[in-house]
Design a protein around this ligand. Sequence first.
Ligand SMILES: C[S@@+](CC[C@H](N)C(=O)[O-])C[C@H]1O[C@@H](n2cnc3c(N)ncnc32)[C@H](O)[C@@H]1O
Length: 291
Amino acid sequence: MLNSYALRRALSDKKYKKIFVERLTEPLHLNLISAGVALFGSYRAKVAFDLMVRQQYAFPVLFAADEAKKLGLKRIQVLEFGVATGAGLLNLCDCAARTEAETGIAIEVVGFDTGSGMPPAIDYRDMPEYFQEGDYPMDFEALRRSLPGRCRLLIGDVAETIPAYLASVTAEAPVGFISVDVDYYSSAVNTLKVLDGRPEQYLPLLPVYLDDVGMDGANPWNGELLAAAEFNARQPMRKIAPFNLLRSKRVFKNAQWIDRMFTAHIHDHPARTPATAKRAQQAYIPNEYLR
Ligand SMILES: C[S@@+](CC[C@H](N)C(=O)[O-])C[C@H]1O[C@@H](n2cnc3c(N)ncnc32)[C@H](O)[C@@H]1O
């Protein structure tokens, strides 16, 4: 089912544009290597070559599982805020399953949505020129039937569903990635409260995907960027910043998802606190110039 969805997406107008603007502007040799990876590569190689349907989920989920492994964890949770008909949530479940097979880290998926589409916009900061009340309704029963066992769907305004969800998160299965696709500034402000929990409820640094920062009308004074700035202003020990050097770390540099990928830094996490962050091994820099 996911394969026919992938094919339909690959053939849509938006995808053609993506292939021409993002992919065919990249060097020919990388596209040729990419074809080989598509045929014979591992999941990790396919993620590195941007070959997964929703790369903005494939990359951060694999990143989070790798980080969890370094910390000796066995389970993480990945969250999608704003589900609509659930295409993204099902992609996220697929990424979770493949990442789990690749890394051995068990990954639970949680989706959050009103279930009835967009609530009313509060003011210009919600960018009503792009989004309006009732947009993106969900067929809850159809989606519920399609969800795999690893996935939970929490229906209601995020302002109401997040507190109970957060109370259930344990240090054994911390949050490793969040996708913020609730479109409005006002909804994003409430969504980012999911990062207000105890430090050990998160990986010490976790990817945050901000979906709605790419429209021409988006800027640091509206939408999800304003919500992230306000989060940073009110949270002295937690900061959301662009994902460091992500473009230069990627094989394909023109992919738009790179500009939407941020990191939440949990500075009060035990792994980032002097007393508890100590490594068993001392760092040492060999110097071949010494005589
Ligand atoms: C663009 S859609 C999400 C699309 C989905 N992520 C995908 O890729 O298939 C935005 C969704 O955010 C949800 N949303 C917006 N504000 C919300 C809020 N305050 N609480 C819960 N859901 C909200 C809406 O119901 C809508 O379904």
